[in-house]
Write a protein that binds this ligand. Structure first.
Ligand SMILES: N[C@@H](CCC(=O)N[C@@H](CS)C(=O)NCC(=O)O)C(=O)O
Length: 211
């Protein structure tokens, strides 16, 4: 069975859990406690020299890193249900939203980036403003890119939804409201009613603190 090295509230791990859930793939979750700095322990660094989650051990034992590469692997090896449509331009539009989140928004609020800000004198209020600024700017652009009904792009959840739903959990953690973004709020409402996606939610992970 596949093994996913994950942390319950890691945005990038959550993306991979969502992709696995949509494809109904079984896996063993291996928690890596980021607040306990387990990602920097030699045992984990031997798996992922970057010291970040997620990492996936495939059914054949190969070790993969980077959520985008892991999700592409899943799409190629387990093509059904597909996370991307057949049309090349549609695929590019969806990958555009995924890249906006994965390359331009999420890296700016990763734990080690926020710790660097703290080391340079940012207090918690300034850190929060920083995160709200970058997530807010990303959500504004995404709102303009999404379609008018259904999931991000159409009747079925796919790659853009995987990136967006995980990013919205971080948005909520950092105190952003979705009221200014009706299309995004529509996708969030669909995700909240989707049993497979809900099973991937941070609050449903074994390593989440008991509420
Ligand atoms: N581009 C990477 C980002 C991975 C990443 O930044 N993971 C965060 C959690 S969401 C992490 O492990 N941070 C640990 C740290 O910064 O020490 C991916 O998509 O997999």
């Amino acid at each position: 069975m596949m093994e996913l090295f994950t942390y319950y509230r890691s945005t990038a791990s959550y993306r991979v859990r969502l992709a696995l859930a949509l494809k109904r793939l079984d896996y063993q979750a291996v928690p890596v406690n980021l607040l306990g700095a387990e990602q920097h322990q030699p045992a984990y660094r031997a798996l992922n020299p970057q010291g970040r989650v997620p990492a996936l051990r495939t059914e054949c034992g190969q070790l993969l890193v980077q959520s985008s590469a892991i999700i592409e692997y899943l799409e190629e090896v387990y093509p059904e249900p597909a996370l991307l449509p057949a049309d090349a331009a549609d695929r590019a539009r969806i990958r555009g939203v995924a890249a906006l989140i994965g390359c331009d928004v999420h890296p700016l609020h990763n734990l080690s980036v926020l710790n660097q800000l703290r080391a340079h004198g940012f207090d918690e209020a300034a850190v929060n403003q920083w995160v709200q600024h970058w997530i807010g700017q990303g959500l504004q652009a995404i709102e303009a890119l999404l379609g008018d009904d259904g999931w991000c792009f159409g009747a079925m959840p796919g790659l853009a939804d995987v990136y967006l739903v995980a990013q919205l959990y971080a948005a909520q953690r950092f105190g952003l409201e979705l009221d200014p973004y009706p299309r995004i709020a529509r996708v969030a409402a669909l995700a909240a009613r989707h049993p497979q996606l809900q099973a991937a939610h941070p609050a449903r992970q074994a390593d989440a603190p008991v509420q």
